[in-house]
Design a protein around this ligand. Sequence first.
Ligand SMILES: Nc1ncnc2c1ncn2[C@@H]1O[C@H](COP(=O)(O)OP(=O)(O)OP(=O)(O)O)[C@@H](O)[C@H]1O
Length: 310
Amino acid sequence: MLQVNDLHKKFKTTTAVNGVNLYLDQGESVGLLGPNGAGKSTTISMISTLLQPTSGDIRFKGGDVLKKPDVIRPVLGVVPQEIALYEELTAYENMHFFGKTYGLSGEKLKNKIDEVLELVGLTDRKKERVKNYSGGMKRRINIAVSLMHEPELLIMDEPTVGIDPQSRSHILEMVRELNRKKGMSILYTSHYMEEVERLCDRVYIMDHGQIIASGTKEELKSILSSEDTILIEVHQKSEQFIDQLNEHSLVQQIAEVDTGYKVIVSKGADVFADIFEIANASQVKVKGVHVQTPTLEDVFLHLTGRKLRD
Ligand SMILES: Nc1ncnc2c1ncn2[C@@H]1O[C@H](COP(=O)(O)OP(=O)(O)OP(=O)(O)O)[C@@H](O)[C@H]1O
């Protein structure tokens, strides 16, 4: 359905996208995962025909998107990171306005508004002005607007950033339903690995303008098949503890997490006794040590030595 080949975008001194290749088949839900500044928004702006690439090729169903943007525009829905709504209008009025710009009118427009409002769970709040909505509700209406013309491909740019957990969960559920029940193809960018794990069949991991890994979640996690991830929970953190752990020959990566540290070690490495010994020496009280199933976050840590949200 979508094929992106060797895509580049240079802004004066910054190379935001540096040779991206990716594809998306009909009906797939694909994640584009990477930290802030990785180049995700720039990539999807080019796919959405909002930004001209420096070089590269984008095909949609075989058609040349860069030469003929209309091969993708009518069937594309884009949910931008920034809310793009009229604050003074009600949700219903916003949807009416955007529906009209998509060429809908009369009964068809009314029915579509009702259907989409139901989908985003805001039917009973449709008469309120958007300026009185919570951040999460605004985002839901922002998504609703992008669904008015029944797009075949929906591109979402970090749709859950900065919203309350309930709205977030609602949005994730909705995206899943659009994909699984309605067969909509979805390209979902996020720096929350747990969202991508939950929603996407396949994942591209992006960093510094490049795709550094791609595959199904299982394939990506198998990158770590020769490693274990250990969570060390501590009462208080200590630089000395990290420094000494870092020097341990079997420790490959360390990242700080809320409750302590995440450490990647060679598979089956017997480091437990050493962890407690180093903790003792650095006067760190250990609450617990757990071996964990690897997550996509761990894959990212392994590949880059950094956490996704650094
Ligand atoms: N219009 C622009 N002019 C100059 N530099 C830009 C422009 N847009 C993006 N960049 C730079 O390109 C790089 C990639 O940015 P981009 O927004 O694509 O990343 P991202 O992965 O989407 O991150 P975020 O989650 O923060 O949006 C960054 O270094 C950014 O500062």
